[in-house]
Design a protein around this ligand. Structure first.
Ligand SMILES: [Zn+2]
Length: 473
């Protein structure tokens, strides 16, 4: 399988450190608010990646942190503390906020068929690990104490901006947006590992440390939580593209300084979800959440389908109109699968056909998780020269990765249609059957006559892909 690696800017063969096993780390949410669907795009694409790795026979251990301390609004060391902001907004404690929004995040994930990682660890559970790594960085002279805080010294590294050209530009933005300049920092790019002299006097959560009562910076948590559960050599690290700098850049700096060797081989970054007027922000306009989608009568899986229709390394333009198109396409897809299920006869799965058709799907996925082509491969199944049982088996197989609950939804649709039929009087159903027979014999005059009788009894009849639909007029 080929995967684009943000670290090398190349599409490379994915080869885990240990054959057959993958260690995978994902930056989790900062649980101070509901998740924005733009952030959830990253989690959907990471879920597809994880499921495809498993699909190819690899064993995956995936770990995710929950940020419940230390994340400031700027992603750097400036701005407000996000958790504190959430607590003040809702007149609750930080831990109440963390608990509530952690649950809300996983409820959203469940609706989007996103699997929960094998290990989920809140930052506040790992304070001892943070202190251990920070102490070691101080010993090795990669960190320094200034004004009561502990900083990472980026000038000690041969190369700090590991992700290349993007970073410098983003740094400029970071500096411009920075409300206050931290005069304790020796270099502009240095970052806080431990806050003791917090500018937030009302910081609720503080822990004892060798440097006094305080709390950790944001970046240190991912390095420590990853190393705690996945060891010193990580195969794959995922996140949104906005995490590349400063967050992932800082994760690499401190992890490799601590370990003394390379930490993570592959970096997988999912690009932004944008509105047509630029980057979608949580603060501007409507706050797009899974609940809002549901309120507006969109199945959350329609949003998943919408995300799968485009490649994860392309910005995706969100509009209600685009989502409507995805909804229509998704509903049509489910109807077509329902038709296949009704059509299915006793013919068994054709194994040879199954394998040869499936090659189209795996080729798309092997090509840097090209879900857009994988969706095309899914549509190709309908056209394929094989029986219904094989087609249904292929759809179920692809859905192990796509996770759109395809045949499940198709079966629910068929049940609904059956149920609707049970309310129809036997007399009408008999006329419908007679009409079907007349149409089969191409006796259209009789078919029309029967249709008129049905209408006269107060029912409407409609021909669809799944067959004849009858409803009360
Ligand atoms: Zn992280």
């Amino acid at each position: 399988m080929k995967l684009y690696n943000s670290l090398t800017h190349k599409t490379e063969d994915f080869i885990p450190n240990e054959p057959g096993r993958v260690s995978m780390y994902t930056c989790g949410p900062t649980v101070y608010h509901f998740a924005h669907i733009g952030n959830l795009r990253s989690y959907i694409m990471e879920d597809v990646l994880e499921k495809y790795l498993r699909y190819t026979g690899l064993e995956v251990k995936r770990v995710m942190n929950i940020t419940d301390v230390g994340h400031l609004t700027s992603d750097g060391d400036t701005g407000d503390d996000k958790m504190l902001k959430g607590a003040k907004r809702e007149h609750k404690t930080v831990m109440e906020i963390a608990d509530f929004y952690t649950k809300a995040f996983f409820a959203d994930c469940a609706k989007l068929n996103i699997k929960t990682p094998d290990v989920v660890e809140p930052a506040t559970h790992c304070i001892d690990e943070f202190i251990k790594v920070i102490s070691s960085l101080l010993e090795k002279d990669y960190a320094y104490e200034a004004g009561g805080n502990i900083y990472f010294d980026t000038s000690k590294l041969d190369k700090y901006y590991v992700f290349g050209e993007l970073a410098e530009e983003d740094l400029e933005v970071g500096v411009r947006e920075g409300v206050e300049e931290d005069s304790n920092k020796r270099n502009k790019a240095d970052f806080v590992l431990w806050f003791t002299k917090s500018k937030f006097d009302d910081q609720e959560l503080k822990w004892e440390s060798p440097w006094g009562l305080g709390y950790p910076g944001w970046h240190i948590e991912c390095s420590c939580i990853s190393m705690k559960h996945l060891g010193e050599r990580l195969d794959l690290h995922c996140g949104g593209i906005d995490n590349q700098f400063p967050h992932h850049t800082n994760e690499i700096a401190q992890s490799e300084a601590f370990l003394g060797h390379k930490w993570c081989n592959y970096w997988f970054h999912v690009h932004h979800l944008n509105t047509s007027d630029g980057k979608m922000s949580k603060s501007k306009g409507e706050f797009l959440t899974v609940s809002l989608l549901e309120e507006k009568d969109y199945d959350p899986l329609v949003y998943r389908f919408f995300c799968l229709q485009s490649h994860y390394r392309k910005s995706l333009v969100f509009s209600w109109e685009n989502l409507d198109n995805a909804k229509q396409a998704f509903n049509k897809l489910i109807s077509r699968i329902a038709a296949l299920i009704s059509e299915k006869d006793a013919a068994p799965i054709d194994k040879a056909a199954f394998e040869s058709i499936r090659a189209g799907f795996t080729a798309a996925m092997d090509d840097d998780i090209n879900t857009s082509n994988a969706v095309t491969a899914l549509y190709d199944v309908f056209k394929a020269d094989t029986n219904a049982a094989t087609k249904i088996a292929l759809i179920d197989d692809y859905d192990k990765v796509l996770s759109l609950s395809l045949t499940e939804k198709a079966r629910a649709l068929l049940d609904k249609q059956e149920e609707a039929k049970s309310d129809i009087p036997a007399e009408v159903l008999e006329l419908v059957e007679q009409r079907k027979a007349a149409r089969k014999e191409k006796n259209f005059a009789l078919a029309d006559e029967l249709r008129d009788k049905i209408i006269a009894l107060g029912y409407t009849i409609r021909e669809t892909r799944q067959g004849t639909e009858i409803s009360k007029s």
